[in-house]
Design a protein around this ligand. Structure first.
Ligand SMILES: Cc1cc2nc3c(=O)[nH]c(=O)nc-3n(C[C@H](O)[C@H](O)[C@H](O)COP(=O)(O)O)c2cc1C
Length: 465
């Protein structure tokens, strides 16, 4: 989605998140219907795609005495003495006082563990995807600055990376890192390694901007979209924002290539140690261009009616899922309520999205991630807008757009969502989860530094003092 839209909406969001969050009413298990809980979280970060490059990390964390047992040597865990000849092994470490319980203020729905397909999260505070334009090198390679930025945020239940270009053809924003060269895979490996070492989980958001790109971002080539219709967006180039033009209509071969670009980026994500991928199908990008009858006037298998218009999404999901046979490590991010010059969330478009979401039920999707409508008041999203999808989709649902601590807890408590994604919150608060746990007010970010490159406004936000 275009930077101006991000920046404009983020200015409001940041102001909203700067307000002190109030405590959630209630708490406890009452209406909560999400994944497993019970005070035990099995945290598995499987980075085993390339055994030579990365090892599976499987850490079991239990609240109470068992946590100490899991951390103790195997012999101690089994209650056996250390083998003779080896140095005296310590006995099981003492656990907390048996009378100890989670303090009431950490017993929030957002802080409970959750299973998302093949992933297990220790909490439900997800870092939303955030384009930050820090890959300022010719190869669009993530650097140690990215590793530092994501490592600082490893306390999130799940990190969704910034939208990452699946190929050179997919680029739509300056200085966005890719996932289509070996150099980029190596760069991401350092990022995922740091996040995993710090106990986090991270998926790559796979992104293709289609007809909303600009020739300046594509080596002079004309962008391609579903039909030759200008999406009337602004593309962020090295010379700043520039209006989009009329793209060329993708051929059948172009569509096959785009699907393969997502497939190979998913394979690369696995090799780079990511825990999964999220398909970027939001804003005015390629997949929503195909879903939108205003921009998709095709008469072939990828247009004509709603069933045709959703074929590209479904093919991409299937292709990405092949990177993890038998597992569920592909999330899908949709924005049915997206409003722009060429996007109107009218009843007909919402019905098309309903059918697309229902079709995802037949696929190995780990989760559905919904960007909801822009909230009318800060911190007060329209729960009914999300509930619609809760009823349609059988897997875990993540919600986003304008949530604060109180409304996020309420969304999980009321069963509208399994987890809540925070964008603005994570820009300025690397320790957002801790702040939620302690009910400390989040800081506001500076929209002027969102895309400026470098460390300023990126890795210099402090943790709560
Ligand atoms: C600086 C910035 C960059 C963003 N980049 C992306 C992106 O790459 N992919 C995406 O799906 N959404 C992107 N978004 C949207 C956010 O993920 C999120 O939907 C938005 O910030 C609203 O959530 P919030 O109210 O918690 O901030 C971006 C938003 C901002 C502010």
């Amino acid at each position: 989605m275009p930077a101006d839209t991000h920046a404009r909406r983020h200015a409001d969001d940041a102001a909203a998140s700067a307000e002190p969050a109030s405590r959630p009413g209630g708490g406890g298990d009452g209406a909560w219907t999400g994944g497993e809980t019970g005070g035990r979280a099995v945290v598995t970060a499987d980075t085993s795609a390339d055994a030579s490059a990365s090892a599976a990390v499987d850490a079991t964390v239990e609240f109470g005495a068992a946590a100490s047992v899991a951390a103790a040597p195997a012999s101690a865990r089994a209650g056996r003495p250390a083998a003779s000849g080896s140095p005296a092994a310590p006995g099981p470490l003492p656990g907390p006082d048996p009378a100890w319980t989670d303090p009431a203020w950490t017993d929030q729905p957002l802080l409970r563990p959750l299973t998302l397909g093949s992933l297990t999260l220790p909490n439900r505070v997800v870092m939303a995807p955030l384009t930050r334009a820090r890959a300022q090198n010719d190869g669009l390679v993530p650097t140690d600055l990215h590793a530092l930025y994501y490592g600082q945020r490893a306390g999130a239940g799940l990190i969704v990376t910034e939208g990452v270009s699946v190929s050179e053809r997919a680029i739509g924003f300056v200085h966005v890192p890719g996932l289509f060269t070996e150099e980029q895979v190596e760069g991401w490996r350092r990022v995922t390694g740091v996040v995993h070492a710090l106990g986090g989980r991270i998926v790559a958001q796979l992104c293709h901007i289609g007809g909303a790109s600009h020739p300046d971002l594509l080596g002079g080539a004309r962008p391609a979209g579903p039909s030759a219709i200008d999406p009337e967006e602004m593309a962020y180039t090295a010379d700043g924002f520039q209006p989009t033009g009329t793209p060329r209509a993708m051929t059948g071969a172009d569509i096959d290539t785009a699907v393969e670009d997502f497939a190979s980026a998913a394979r690369n994500a696995r090799r780079a140690g990511f825990d999964g991928v999220e398909i970027h199908a939001v804003g005015s990008y390629l997949i929503p261009q195909f879903l939108n009858p205003q921009l998709n006037r095709r008469t072939d298998a990828y247009g004509g009616d709603a069933e045709g218009r959703r074929q590209l999404l479904l093919r991409i999901v299937d292709a990405a899922a092949e990177a993890w046979p038998g597992e569920r490590r592909v999330g899908v991010r949709l924005s049915p309520y997206w409003t722009a010059k060429r996007f109107r969330p009218d009843a007909a478009l919402l019905a098309d999205y309903d059918a697309a979401v229902a079709a995802l039920n037949d696929r190995p999707v780990a989760y559905l991630h919904l960007r909801g409508p822009d909230p009318e008041a800060p911190g007060r999203p329209d729960f009914a807008a999300f509930r619609r999808y809760r009823e349609l989709f059988r897997g875990p649902v993540l919600v986003n757009n304008g949530f604060d601590r109180a409304s996020g807890n309420a969304a999980v408590e009321e069963g509208i969502a399994d987890a809540v994604a925070y964008g603005a919150g994570f820009i300025a608060n690397p320790d957002l989860v801790t702040r939620f746990a302690l009910d400390r007010a989040p800081a506001a970010g500076d929209p002027a530094t969102f895309y400026i490159g470098g460390a300023e406004g990126y890795v210099d936000y402090p943790i709560s003092g």
